[in-house]
Write a protein that binds this ligand. Structure first.
Ligand code: LLP
Length: 434
């Protein structure tokens, strides 16, 4: 977090609140969100991309009522990709016209809820969905604004599971084989859908500009084809070019995120030039960052429970540090081989660092939070450790595995802390039992 400092005692303070007090007050594991960090990343995005269009926060990274309010107050729009995310956004009072609905298999109920709420637009993902949404809009006597999601055939340089724009995957309409152009034709042929632009999302945790640039060129290439077939006037209603999310963040000190100002300028340049080339006005450039806004400003606080040196043979040992959470609050290590930075944050230690493995309390050996890291050799039960940059895709992908109660999420700002999502309780579990 931007507002994290370490005092002389070795204790970490975030936005003026010490972690010992946080752990004492709210228990562990605990997600601690630096509100000013989150907000400043929103405003940085607005500063970079705002002049060219708009910024949608991808709520899948992490959403709750409070987060939706911060995003709203900072002037961003919001992407949701399920009825649940939509419901939370509406509950928070997020203006529906600034919400966009995503998803490759939105149910009729989700599409209907989006129409009834009056969301800004729906991002179409299949031919079946074109018919489905057209019918639902017709029943309601409304015309729904839509984008067509284009699969541009770019495989971002990132983990395979989180690349979404190469051809052999479930999202969008391929440029290959003219599928995307056919989708455009079909939307134009409906009575109740209005095509307002094109969308592309090439992957996540990206550090390389080339993929974004290529995607922009290809999306604009499709727009050229639309002009050729339907003419300028009809094409000019497609005024949004949405290039998705995917900006990488620093999980480890050596990670080098792209400078967002330069990304915005470069992409706007491509969009401007290629639109002008066919006589179209500059479209609204939209982006959908999730991780880059929510990720860096949050840490997970864990309390160390046990420390164990396991014999590996040949005189080698491995130190296992067990904490009070694990794969239920951070599945990313297990799922993507994600790497994290971790520190002892409750005191100073002069002990030599020891290669350690931070593991959770779940009943399987793959329950690893950090595979290899350096931690002080005198680490002991009761110590607090903090894992950095856990604000995106940790809480939102959390589970109740082993009937583990989800941690609380606490916001800190100006020396004060408050719960923005309370810790789950056994009573919450029992409420589901019939
Ligand atoms: N827009 C669309 C259409 C998306 O599918 C995504 C992420 C985003 C925006 C936001 O991407 P971001 O800026 O956060 O990279 N669970 C994985 C990440 C999956 C991302 C899925 N889509 C992880 O933990 O790394």
């Amino acid at each position: 977090p931007r507002n994290a400092v370490r005092g002389e005692s070795g204790e970490l303070t975030i936005a003026g609140v010490g972690v010992a007090e946080l752990a004492e007050t709210y228990g562990t594991p605990l997600f601690v969100v630096d509100e000013a960090d989150f907000r400043s990343r929103c405003s940085d995005m607005m500063e970079a991309f705002g002049p060219y269009g708009r910024v949608h926060y991808a709520s899948k990274a992490f959403l709750c009522t409070e987060i939706a309010r911060w995003v709203e107050q900072e002037g961003l729009s919001l992407d949701v990709c399920s009825g649940g995310e939509l419901a939370i956004a509406l509950h928070a009072g997020f203006p529906s016209e600034r919400i966009a609905l995503h998803g490759n298999n939105k149910s009729e109920a989700e599409l209907a809820a989006a129409l009834d709420a009056g969301v800004g637009h729906v991002v179409l993902d299949s031919m079946i969905e074109i018919e489905r949404l057209d019918a639902l809009a017709g029943e309601r006597g409304v015309v729904a604004d839509v984008l067509v999601r284009v699969t541009v055939g770019v495989e971002a340089h990132t983990h395979e599971f989180i690349s979404t724009a190469h051809e052999d995957q479930k999202f969008g309409f391929s440029l290959a084989g003219g599928v995307a152009m056919e989708a455009v034709r079909r939307v134009f042929a409906t009575d109740n859908l209005r095509l307002v632009g094109l969308h592309s999302h090439i992957g996540s945790q990206i550090f390389d500009m080339d993929g974004f640039e290529l995607a922009a060129h290809r999306v604009l290439g499709l727009l050229h084809d639309v002009v050729a077939e339907f003419g300028l006037e009809k094409t000019s209603q497609m005024a949004i070019v949405d290039l998705g999310g995917g900006l990488g963040i620093s999980y480890l000190p050596e990670d080098r995120p792209l400078p967002i100002g330069a990304v915005a300028e470069r992409l706007a340049e491509i969009v401007r030039k290629e639109s002008a080339a066919v006589g179209l006005p500059m479209p609204t450039l939209a982006v959908e960052p999730g991780r880059a806004i929510a990720g860096p400003g949050t840490v997970t606080l864990y309390r160390v429970g046990t420390v164990k040196d396991v014999e590996l043979g040949g005189g080698m040992t491995r130190r296992y540090v067990s904490v009070d959470g694990g794969m239920s609050d951070n599945i990313r290590t297990v799922l993507y081989d994600a790497e994290y930075d971790v520190r002892l944050v409750s005191r100073v230690s002069d002990a030599d660092a020891v290669v350690s493995r931070v593991v959770g309390k779940h009943c399987e050996s793959g329950d690893i939070v950090i595979k290899d890291c350096w931690l002080p050799g005198d680490l002991a039960p009761g110590d607090l450790i903090a894992v950095a940059a856990t604000g995106a895709y940790c809480y939102s992908m959390s589970s109740r595995y082993n009937m583990t109660m989800r941690p609380a999420v606490v916001g800190v700002a100006g020396g004060e802390s408050r719960v923005i999502l309370r810790r789950e309780t056994i009573a919450d579990f029992l409420r589901l039992e019939t």
